[in-house]
Design a protein around this ligand. Structure first.
Ligand code: AMP
Length: 403
């Protein structure tokens, strides 16, 4: 129990005595951390103390706010990576990006009931807290003094190793003091809806999903007060919708310009987008899972094939999506032929305007209109047995989207 955050105290000059009402005395740290842990209600509804970690863990809003207050006073930038845990390289890439751009980095782990419909996988969602804390503690980047914010105290070394500074690990009760029902009609209280944007694309397949996401992220932003926040392109609609939300609600922590979208991390062997839900896949399911990416790539290739070609050979959206669908059909046939015990069902493959989320007209050929055309989200969802996979590619001039 003892090394709850002691080694971190040694690494991070930010954690001076008294930062949390704690002291460097090992004995006192041990007593206080035990007290903190004994009052912790974490891991969804379970009242279990968090496992040991070298990184300070905050399970209450009040204790985190005390820490954040000090960061404000010292003018330290705070980067934030919200997650539902079961960490993989996709999450860790966001953490490293935050480490490289901020003085302090906070990651939250919270499986948010409000974004799961009653028939979805809230109960079985992978929860691997002990391992998460271990891999998180292994993350580090070497920052040169010139990377530090202007108020950081320069170190004697020319380079400084930066590691995650804190984990926010609240209980459901802490995040939803009035309780939370999964069925929207039974919910009472305050929720955040990003209208229109939340009803398109994934919102059509998962009504209420983005309401749950926008609500929990608003709460998390209110607590964490991040200078910068990091989201994955893997969930592109979520990230862009949150940028709308931050803009509309006039948030300053983060401001819209400080909500960053980081490219999707993939399995280098077959390009499957990393996802906590990949853990649900059977061996046969894992084998066929990259079909979705392959289909998106086929549509992308079609879309870009005649770029710059004035001769009228350009394919339109409908043709390109058809090519992608045909590829999925072929892979389904192949899986059957090889006797793979797996069921693949394509939910959708679609192209949407990255600004409005509107579906592109079937006849759209905007890739040939050059850089002035709005970027396009080419996205898809596919069931592999009972696991729903999503993926996307950005087409066109997407530098304004992923940054
Ligand atoms: P989750 O824990 O699934 O809610 O994801 C937390 C954050 O990690 C979200 O911003 C996701 O978009 C991001 N993320 C998840 N998978 C990936 C990935 N393969 N590449 C990049 N970011 C990801």
């Amino acid at each position: 129990m003892f090394p709850f955050y002691l080694s971190h105290l040694r690494q991070a000059p930010y954690f001076t005595p008294g930062a949390l009402g704690f002291h460097r005395s090992p004995h006192l740290i041990s007593v206080l951390s035990r007290k903190l842990m004994s009052t912790a209600t974490t891991r969804s509804n379970l009242s279990l103390p968090p496992p040991e970690s070298d990184i300070p863990i905050f399970t209450t809003v009040a204790s985190y706010r005390e820490w954040r207050r000090k960061a404000f006073i010292e003018n330290r930038s705070v980067g934030f990576v919200p997650t539902m845990g079961a960490l993989h390289e996709g999450h860790l890439g966001l953490v490293r990006r935050s480490l490289s751009e901020n003085d302090l980095t906070v990651l939250s782990i919270f499986v948010n009931p409000a974004q799961f419909a009653p028939h979805e996988d809230l109960e079985t969602y992978p929860r691997t807290l002990e391992r998460d804390l271990k891999v998180l503690a292994e993350q580090q980047v070497v920052a040169s003094n010139s990377d530090m914010s202007s108020n950081s105290i320069p170190t004697l070394d020319s380079n400084q190793v930066k590691r995650p500074s804190a984990v926010f690990l609240p209980s459901v009760r802490e995040m939803y003091p009035g309780g939370i029902e999964q069925e929207i009609v039974k919910q009472r209280g305050t929720f955040v809806e990003v209208t229109a944007y939340g009803e398109q694309m994934e919102g059509k397949s998962r009504p209420g999903f983005f309401r749950g996401v926008a609500t929990v992220v608003t709460k998390l932003f209110n607590v964490i007060q991040p200078t910068n926040a990091y989201f994955g392109q893997k969930d592109i609609q979520q990230a862009l919708l949150l940028r709308h939300m931050v803009t509309d609600l006039l948030l300053s922590h983060p401001s819209p310009d400080h909500l960053h979208i980081v490219p999707t991390a993939r399995d280098p062997s077959d390009n499957l987008a990393l996802s906590s839900r990949n853990a649900y896949l059977s061996p046969a399911g894992r084998k066929v899972a990259p079909t979705l990416y392959a289909a998106l790539k086929a549509a992308e290739e079609c879309w870009l094939a005649g770029e710059g070609d004035e001769g009228g050979k350009n394919k339109n959206k409908k043709e390109c999506v058809e090519i992608a669908r045909a590829l999925v059909e072929r892979r389904i046939e192949e899986a059957r032929y090889h006797g793979l015990d797996v069921e693949i069902t394509l939910d959708y493959i679609e192209m949407n305007d990255a600004g409005t989320f509107e579906i592109l007209d079937d006849s759209d050929t905007r890739s040939f209109r050059g850089n002035e055309a709005a970027p396009v989200i080419l996205s898809g969802a596919m069931w592999v047995d009972r696991t729903r996979l999503i993926d996307n590619l950005l087409l066109g001039d997407f530098g304004t989207v992923v940054r």
